[in-house]
Design a protein around this ligand. Structure first.
Ligand code: DX5
Ligand code: ZN
Length: 221
């Protein structure tokens, strides 16, 4: 299985955004993770289409857009237009999950579903076969720099089994508190895509930290 590292720009210095994106490229990042928060689904506000478009102008890397918003469908067209590669919506915010996943694909984006730590995987089982990614939140969403919830490892294992049973080729992504210490267990449990914000951008050498995170998986069998 390939390891994908997806740095989250939430923890970057936005006054030096171009530099942060260049550092992601230099470190061999696979995707760039963009956290959209609306102050309703989560108790924090970040950015919208304009920011996504700006990052799109700085890199050709896939943009993995994580929508922590209510009524996510209101933003699909604008975000697709802005250059998003992957749109992940929260199961908790999308009662018509199947319809929204199909809509994201119609717009030419990859479709992902995210689940909070307290949300059962059963909420996504019936769309698993058509997903391009499944995102397991390993912190309660809203902020960078939080502590990894240990129970998430078991959930990643169950998510991997669920995707296999559905013969789904979706990426299995973990987001929240990922660092050198927490990444090996997630990789062993079956995750292949790792979002990391604080671990990368608070490191003295962020590009080296991206490589170190990848190496932690390679060294883990
Ligand atoms: C949290 C966001 C994460 C966040 C991860 O709500 O979804 O993507 O940026 O940050 P760290 O790696 O610092 O936990
Ligand atoms: Zn995220």
């Amino acid at each position: 299985m390939t390891v994908r590292i997806a740095p989250s720009l939430l923890s970057a210095d936005w006054a030096r955004l171009a530099e942060a994106v260049a550092v992601c490229e230099a470190g061999g990042a696979d995707w760039i993770h963009l956290d959209v928060m609306d102050g309703r689904f989560v108790p924090n506000l970040t950015f919208g289409a304009k920011f996504i478009e700006t990052v799109r102008g700085l890199t050709d890397l896939p943009l993995d857009v994580h929508l922590m918003v209510v009524e996510p469908e209101k933003y699909f067209d604008d975000f697709a237009q802005a250059g998003a590669t992957n749109l992940s919506i929260h199961a908790e915010a999308a009662p018509h999950l199947h319809r929204q996943v199909v809509r994201i694909k119609e717009l030419g984006c990859r479709a992902g579903v995210a689940v909070n730590p307290g949300t059962s995987l059963e909420t996504v089982r019936d769309v698993a076969a058509i997903l391009d990614s499944l995102l397991i939140m390993s912190v309660d969403p809203g902020f960078g720099g939080q502590q990894f919830i240990p129970h998430s490892v078991d959930k990643v294992g169950r998510a991997r089994a669920m995707l296999s049973a559905a013969q789904s080729r979706a990426a299995l992504e973990v987001d929240g508190g990922i660092n050198r210490e927490t990444i090996p267990a997630c990789w062993r449990a079956g995750a292949d895509t790792f979002v990391a914000g604080n671990a990368i951008f608070a490191a003295p050498d962020p590009a080296a930290e991206i490589r170190a995170l990848r190496d932690q998986c390679r060294l883990t069998v």
